[in-house]
Design a protein around this ligand. Structure first.
Ligand SMILES: NC(=O)c1ccc[n+]([C@@H]2O[C@H](COP(=O)([O-])OP(=O)(O)OC[C@H]3O[C@@H](n4cnc5c(N)ncnc54)[C@H](O)[C@@H]3O)[C@@H](O)[C@H]2O)c1
Length: 353
């Protein structure tokens, strides 16, 4: 007789704003609700608890997901409920401590939001905590699961437009981390996650704040992969017109429109591949993929593409771009820097002195 597959219990830290007030920069996206809905759609997980320091947010979440167990203190929740999986849906500055606490509490799996870690010093600390406890951590750089991006990667790494030259993207009115971390991770994806050799970053930082930290008004990251491919991400200004991203090769280009269509220009001419009607192009679908990958890992499978080993490198790249801007120098990876705070915070202090 086949053994029944285990059901993993899940808990969320950081419910999210009680009311949906629309999409704006700075916080309040209520990503905790997306995590909760994803657990609800899976046959393999059951959401049983939530923790939030804000009573209104906590109670709204308990009501929305019909959960009895709500806690003001996430440590108390970890000790009382002992969940198998924990979602960390708070801002970046809180992640390291919450991960370490969850690892120490015996949590088996963590889905920790991006931007993943706030300081260069956090990278080794989190890796050590996870190694000591055996906790399996994934980060929702979920765009890797969109069929259009997966197809663009297949073509780019497969040589459809020759050797990789340059990936380009701009994020008008955004930044390198709260939005840009998705794109930095995507550029790594397009290069088969091979090592980044160096990063040059520059940033204009004034007094903007959001997500509990200093934010840049405008920043750029320019970096190189071991295979010779390079990438530029402009956090603040649009680039390449209507295109979300452009992937240039030695014999052609792949352009991505929105997140569900690619246009390939190569020796064979110009063709469009649309994923608009693809069932995998919905947000629910890509979140389901992430959770399924974590569950398979917890079941004893291999570490997925968004497992800790790989996402630490996306986080390192993100931080290295800021460290380059802070120090005024190119940063060669691996990142060796003892900074123990969000680098943009240090730039904000320096620039407002
Ligand atoms: N993966 C994605 O596609 C995606 C999308 C949106 C947001 N995010 C990320 O999710 C993170 C959260 O952003 P948001 O806008 O959804 O947040 P939010 O502002 O909606 O909610 C954050 C919640 O954390 C709670 N909180 C703060 N400190 C806490 C603590 N010590 N213990 C427990 N709860 C605490 C707050 O009270 C609030 O309810 C950000 O880093 C953001 O970049 C990711």
């Amino acid at each position: 007789m086949a053994e029944t597959e285990p059901i993993y219990t899940a808990a969320v830290i950081g419910a999210g704003k009680a009311k949906d007030e629309g999409f704006f920069k700075g916080g309040g996206h209520r990503i905790g609700y997306t995590h909760g809905e994803t657990y609800g759609r899976s046959q393999r997980t059951r959401l049983i608890a939530v923790a939030d320091i804000n009573a209104e947010n906590l109670h709204a979440y308990q009501e929305a997901f019909d959960i009895d167990q709500g806690f003001a203190d996430y440590r108390e929740m970890l000790a009382t409920v002992q969940p198998d999986i924990v979602s960390i849906c708070t801002y970046v500055g809180l992640h390291r401590q919450m991960i370490v606490d969850a690892c120490n509490a015996g949590v088996k799996g963590i889905i920790c939001e991006k931007p993943f870690l706030a300081a260069p010093a956090d990278l080794a600390a989190v890796a050590a905590a996870a190694a000591a406890s055996g906790t399996k951590i994934v980060v929702p750089y979920i765009r890797r699961y969109f069929p259009a991006f997966a197809r663009a990667k297949e073509l780019y790494t497969g040589g459809a437009v020759g050797e990789p030259l340059m990936c380009i993207a701009g994020l008008p009115d955004w930044d390198l981390s709260e939005w840009g971390s998705h794109w930095l991770d995507m550029f790594r994806f397009f290069h088969d996650d091979q090592p980044v050799l160096w990063v040059l970053g520059q940033a204009r930082v004034r007094d903007q704040r959001g997500y509990g930290h200093a934010m840049e008004d405008h920043a750029v990251a320019y970096f190189a992969f071991a295979n010779g491919g390079k990438a530029i991400l402009d956090g603040g200004m649009a680039m390449n017109g209507e295109w979300t991203m452009t992937l240039l090769g030695t014999t052609g280009a792949i352009r991505i429109r929105r997140e569900d269509e690619i246009v390939v220009e190569d020796a064979g001419g110009h063709r469009v591949e649309s994923f608009v009607d693809h069932p995998g192009s919905s947000y629910a679908a890509i979140w389901n993929c992430l959770l399924a990958d974590l569950v398979a890992w917890l079941d004893g499978g291999a570490e997925p593409m968004l497992g800790l080993t790989n996402v630490l490198e996306s986080s390192e790249l993100n931080l290295a771009a800021y460290v380059s801007a802070l120090r005024g120098d190119r940063v060669d990876l691996p990142l060796v820097d003892d900074l123990a705070e969000w680098p943009v915070e240090a730039m904000a202090r320096r620039n407002t002195r």
